[in-house]
Design a protein around this ligand. Sequence first.
Ligand code: MF3
Ligand code: CO
Length: 257
Amino acid sequence: MIQLKTKEEIELIRKSARLVGMTLAEVGRHVRPGITTAYLDHIGEQFIRDNGGVPLCKGYEGFPAALCISVNDVVVHGIPSENVFLNEGDIVSLDCVIGLNGYVGDSAYTFAVGEVSPEKQRLMKVTREALYLGLERCRQGNRVGDISHAVQMHCEKNGYSVVRELCGHGVGFKMHESPNVPNYGTPGTGPLLKEGMVIAVEPMVNAGSKNVKFSKEDGWTCRTKDGKPAAHFEHTVAIGPNGPDILSTFDYIEKAS
Ligand code: MF3
Ligand code: CO
């Protein structure tokens, strides 16, 4: 069952999603060679709590940290660690879900650590573009498959592949709601988009093959099978009366001084 949100509820989800954007920017400011992903997680958790939010990843099905922090060939769900140091040339995705006054926002952004290769820059650029092409399809009367197809086509046209095992999702009252929003699909198929739906669109894009493996040790870490890098960008978006209403924001990251 897809739960539609009222205008008032969407404003509350916007507040939560905005705090996610602020958190990603705050943590992003600390991304540099030599620091650990556990340190970044600590900064993020502190910032979320200082602003009245609840870091919903922490404790979710046993996930141990406030943020998912995924470096290079880790696609998503990287567990912050005292043993994972960032190096010049890495790319690192920060994925953050916050509850604020009972409403949930979800967003992710991939950052460069210092100078990164042109290949990694292009992977990040294309993944970010795929997200916005998907968001552009978030209009009443369209179907989920229209979003999925737009994301997939842009990635594959650029020589990349999209992960099949994990999807975007409904969000707002809980972290994961109906419908699933895959990053691959066929136009005109899947659930009909209606005003008041709120979903997280989140392309997970591999530089090489689409295949991934999940860590047997921790049960979470999702890596590319071929060891090539992956990027991940995510926004929470409402299906508004006049088209997509993007509730999370990269403005704090990209317009930072
Ligand atoms: N933000 C992720 C998602 O989009 C995180 C879920 S995994 C968690 O679904 F366990 F860390 F919460
Ligand atoms: Co998500």
